[in-house]
Design a binder for this molecule. Structure first.
Ligand code: 5GP
Ligand code: MN
Length: 339
């Protein structure tokens, strides 16, 4: 987005507006961090802004500043509908295709006459918004929200609550600043956020030292079914509904499990398959190292997408058949995976 477009947006935001801010379904740390930060910022500017999320977010994010004000499209449907229908502006954050909010919410958003703004860092954005700030080179949408505020020349509005939300989003989307997408600019932004009041050590413990006993037992059971395929430099694991029942599974409990596959030596592709009886699908998380694009892999075979090294997808057949399909497509990628 060029400077002129930022100026136009600044002009639009110079009068108080009704604004709705939307993260993707099953929001993660970056989706929640970026939407909550933008919400606090826009309310500070004098707007009537609200975060409307397709559904609930995990327990390890429940402490985020102002997270208790989030309206859920699935649970608070009439309130969510009123907010969306009355909105003059809608911000789409951390996703780039309307279906990522789920079909019901996507339909309501499609019929909404507001001015749409996208701020997002995923690959291959759909073009459906009036303003599109899309940059696949930036590690987190939360870092983009920082640059957005910076380019509107409102960094003086940054406070501890906004900084804490943005810090959380950047930390979770970079695997605690370790992924390749983490740049010197990321570290400069994070340094500014700490200076503005983000308590880095506290954020780390709130997010990562928050496991229940059951969660670790669940991890143990998933690690027992981990399979390594040396010929494809691939490892995968799965989580069944039976395991979920045994260990009292809650949303977010399997966050990060797939990374254990990637931590094995010589593994370039990692996958976790999660049975989801509510949606009637197998949800997949995919991770890779190097040039192997799990965004392409998920788009080509599993109705998904994301980033080059982190993506998600889904399958409508059962767990066994999904894993069979996964194994059947690997041979065509053998050369790329062996690099
Ligand atoms: P996760 O595996 O942590 O759920 O998601 C990894 C990345 O891929 C995130 O940036 C997430 O937004 C994206 N992603 C996850 N599932 C899907 C999906 O079904 N479709 C698309 N387009 N992106 C996804
Ligand atoms: Mn993100």
């Amino acid at each position: 987005m060029n400077n002129e477009t930022f100026d136009t947006l600044k002009q639009l935001l110079s009068q108080p507006k009704k604004i709705v801010i939307v993260p993707h379904q099953n929001p993660d740390g970056d989706a929640m961090g970026s939407t909550l930060a933008l919400n606090i910022f826009l309310n500070k500017l004098g707007h009537a802004a609200a975060v409307v999320s397709p559904n609930d977010y995990p327990k390890f994010l429940k402490w985020l500043p102002q997270s208790d004000g989030v309206v859920f499209f699935d649970k608070d449907n009439s309130k969510a509908n009123i907010l969306i229908n009355e909105a003059e502006m809608v911000f789409i954050l951390d996703f780039n295709a309307l279906h990522r909010t789920g079909d019901a919410m996507a339909t309501v958003l499609e019929n909404c006459k507001a001015t749409f703004v996208m701020i997002d860092h995923h690959q291959q954005p759909d073009v459906f918004t009036d303003f599109m700030y899309s940059d696949v080179s930036i590690c987190a949408t939360s870092q983009m929200v920082y640059h957005f505020i910076e380019r509107l020349d409102y960094l003086d509005k940054m406070d501890a609550a906004i900084a804490t939300c943005l810090y959380t989003g950047i930390m979770t989307d970079t695997g605690s600043f370790k992924y390749k997408s983490t740049t010197s600019t990321t570290h400069r932004v994070v340094a500014e956020l700490i200076d503005c009041g983000a308590d880095n050590s506290d954020v780390h413990s709130q997010v990562y030292d928050n496991n229940s006993y059951h969660q670790l037992q669940l991890l143990g059971s998933v690690l027992k079914n981990l399979k390594v395929l040396p010929e494809y430099n691939t490892a995968y694991m799965y989580l069944t509904e039976a395991d979920k029942d045994t260990y009292n599974f809650k949303k977010g409990d399997s966050e990060g499990f797939v990374n254990y596959c990637l931590s094995i030596e010589n593994i370039n592709l990692a996958a976790i398959f999660i049975e989801d009886k509510v949606q009637g699908i197998i949800k997949m998380s995919l991770r890779s190292k190097g040039d192997f694009s799990v965004n392409d892999f998920a788009r080509n075979h599993f109705n998904g997408g994301g980033h080059i090294n982190a993506a998600g997808g889904r399958s409508d057949v059962d767990l066994k058949a999904t894993i069979k399909k996964f194994l059947s497509v690997l041979p065509q990628y053998k050369n790329d995976l062996n690099k």
